[in-house]
Every structure is written in structure tokens, then in C-alpha cells.
Design a protein around this ligand. Structure first.
Ligand SMILES: *Cc1c(COP(=O)(O)O)cnc(C)c1O
Length: 369
């Protein structure tokens, strides 16, 4: 907090409240962290996604009515960005074991109008497979990562290289919403890409569509990153590995304490899969699935354990998309009806996680199943 206060005071004293050295530093830090060549600080995660899509439209790589494949099981912002840009979201069912895209279904969703796939690293789990790249190459599709939930996660490639989320496709959006693994003290986000032309286009679009001051090549927006938020983030970003490691410890405590419990053995409770490579998961949420969620909720309420639900209503069931998506999404519906998030933040101590897991293990949540 002292470091944050000092840097925020620096911005206040500078008299420069839009752009400036803190924004430049954050962009450089994000490139260093992810390996992406370019970073553009923007107002929030949804705007980051919107700007990427609008950027491709400005570059004539996409146009109105083109399709973008996106998980049906995601936070609604991923889908909103696509419809906002005048593109058509095509929902893809998840793999129930990971809650992320089921890669085997993707090819059947590709049409002559498909221009991109938007993998979402849901709950902090990398959504990636070499198949994704093969498919993108085969059909000339962009891969646009929704990396709102998985900053600092990485995969090990067949060549032994570590590649970080944000650098797994053509472009990526990050959110620094306060509850994300690295959170600002307000709204903030960033676009990452190694495509310099896209980065320039996004930067112009986020600044009224202006390339040079008072010269507007696009009908743009004002989606700039606040330098006070950038200052906060420049203090927090170097701690991302530590932050994620702490969440991994809490996840291991939940897993080790619950894996042999009667609830898990009976199938009443399913724990999130522990990835073989721990770096592939940064545990933005620790999401369990309960056969009878209402019963689990009443037990948690009785025990005084806080929880949340991410997310109870999937995008295709939201009133704003009423009747928009043809077909049914039974895996998404099942996950939405059974998911429940246990506490996994900095304010959850290791002792808390132990106690929570023990109470759940000893509780009677197999009853009525
Ligand atoms: C948080 C989030 C967003 C939106 O980010 P904001 O900064 O809140 O606009 C987009 N996609 C996913 C998956 C998110 O979790």
C-alpha cells in the first residue's frame, strides 16, 4: 500500500492525468511478462475485446455479419464484445471436465463466414490445444484470447518453450477489474498482440480514432487507460507469479482435503481438475460442481462459509440474447446449474482453506442424492 500511495501521488504531482510514463511503463511491463510484442493499455477488459474486433474490422480483416466462435460457457462480456462489433457470436459447448472449449466440436462450427475463435481461459485455466492453431491455419482464422481471468498462466510447448496467455494467439484482452488475479483500484484493461498494425489500429481507435493529434482516420472511441490505475498496476504486476502461486497453494489444500471425502467419492461433489502442469492454471476461481447445489448451499450457509456462483445464467439464457442463439447448450446449462466457487483470494488464509475444506468434507452433502 505504501508503494501504491507513493506512485499514485507521483501521478497526482505530475499533473498529467491521461497517458504518460505510468501507462508507457505498464505497457512495457505487460510485454515483458507475456512475451507479446505490443501492449496497449485500455479502459477495461470488455473494451479490450471490443477494440481488437473493431481493429480487425478497420483493417478489413473482418466485416459486419462475420462469425466468431466463442464458448457458450463464459462470462457474458466475451459474447457482448462480438455482437457490439456487428459480428455474429457462434457459441461452442465446453468440455465438462475443464469447463473450457471442447476442441473436438470446433471444426463443425466453422462456416465460410467464420473469421475468428475466441478461447476464454475460464477460471484461470489455459484454454489451448495445438488443434486450435491447426484449425485456425486451415481456415485462416484469428485466435483472440479472452485473457481476463488467466494472467500469468502458461503452457509448455513441444519444443520446451513456455508460452504465456496473452501470447498464445493473434491478439488478447486482459482485464484488471479489482477481483481479477491482478486487480486495479477501479476499471482497467489491456490489449496484447504481436501484430504491430493491429496494435496501432487499436491505439488509434481507443483515442477517438486519431493517429496523429486532431487527425481522425477512424470513427473511434475514448477507451484509454487511466494513469492512476496504471500506477497501481505497475506496483502489483511484479507480484503476479507470487500471487498465482498463493492461489495454487489454496487450490492444493482444497484438493488434498476433499479428494477422498464421501461427497467426492459418492459423486455428489466434483472438484476442479488439477492440471498435470500446475502453471496452466492460475485459479482465478476454485469452482466445484455439485449434483444438488441447493443442498450444498444450505450446508455452506449453515457452516458460515462464503461462496459465489460463476455463472448462474449463461449468455444464451440472458434476456438480452433471448431467441438469438439457435439450438441447445446442455453441457453449458448443466455446468451453470451445478457450479459453485469456494473462497480463493489473498484474503483467504491457508488455515481458512483447510478449515473450509474440512467442514465440507465432514458435512452431510451426500444426503438426498
Ligand atoms: C472480467 C471479464 C471480462 C471483462 O472485463 P472487464 O474489465 O470487467 O470489462 C471479460 N471476459 C471475462 C471472461 C471476464 O472474466
Amino acid at each position: 500500500m505504501d508503494e501504491i500511495r507513493e506512485r499514485v501521488n507521483g501521478v497526482i504531482a505530475s499533473g498529467r492525468y491521461v497517458g504518460g510514463p505510468e501507462v508507457d511503463a505498464l505497457e512495457a511491463n505487460l510485454c515483458h511478462l507475456t512475451g507479446a510484442k505490443c501492449a496497449v493499455g485500455v479502459s477495461n477488459g470488455l473494451d479490450a475485446l471490443r477494440l481488437i474486433l473493431r481493429g480487425y474490422i478497420a483493417m478489413e480483416e473482418m466485416s459486419a455479419g462475420d462469425e466468431v466462435i466463442v464458448p457458450a460457457n463464459t462470462y457474458i462480456a466475451s459474447v457482448l464484445a462480438i455482437s457490439d462489433a456487428g459480428l455474429v457470436p457462434v457459441l461452442a459447448e465446453p468440455d465438462a471436465a475443464t469447463s473450457n472449449l471442447d476442441f473436438t466440436l470446433l471444426e463443425s462450427l466453422v462456416t465460410p463466414r467464420t473469421r475468428a475463435i475466441m478461447p476464454v481461459h475460464l477460471y484461470g485455466r489455459v484454454c489451448y490445444s495445438p488443434e486450435l492453431h491447426r484449425l485456425a491455419e486451415k481456415y485462416g482464422l484469428k485466435i483472440i484470447e479472452d485473457n481476463a481471468q488467466a494472467i500469468g498462466a502458461s503452457i509448455l510447448t513441444a519444443d520446451g518453450l513456455r508460452v504465456f496467455t496473452g501470447n498464445l494467439g493473434d491478439a488478447a484482452a486482459i482485464s484488471f477489474y479489482p477481483t481479477k488475479n491482478i486487480g486495479a483500484m477501479g476499471d482497467a484493461g489491456a490489449v496484447l498482440t504481436s501484430d504491430e498494425r493491429l496494435a496501432q489500429t487499436v491505439r488509434a481507435l481507443a483515442n477517438y480514432g486519431s493517429d496523429v493529434r486532431y487527425h481522425n482516420i477512424y470513427k473511434g472511441f475514448n477507451c484509454r487507460l487511466d494513469p492512476i490505475q496504471a500506477a497501481v498496476l505497475n506496483v502489483k504486476l511484479p507480484h503476479v507469479a507470487q500471487e498465482n502461486a498463493y492461489r495454487r497453494r489454496l487450490a492444493s489444500i482444497y484438493f488434498e482435503t476433499l479428494k477422498d471425502s464421501p461427497a467426492v467419492a459418492s459423486g455428489a461433489l466434483r472438484l476442479p481438475r488439477m492440471p498435470a502442469d500446475p502453471e496452466e492454471m492460475v485459479w482465478h476461481q476454485y469452482v466445484v460442481h455439485a449434483a444438488d447445489r441447493q443442498h450444498l448451499i444450505s450446508e455452506l450457509d449453515r457452516l458460515g462459509i462464503r461462496y459465489d456462483i460463476h455463472y448462474a445464467t449463461p449468455p444464451h439464457r440472458q434476456p438480452c440474447y433471448d431467441g438469438v442463439f439457435p439450438g441447445s447448450f446442455p453441457v453449458t446449462d448443466l455446468l451453470a446449474a451445478s457450479c459453485l466457487s469456494l473462497p480463493i483470494t489473498r484474503t483467504t488464509s491457508e488455515e481458512d482453506a483447510h478449515r473450509i475444506a474440512q467442514l465440507i468434507a465432514e458435512s452431510d452433502i451426500t444426503r438426498e442424492i
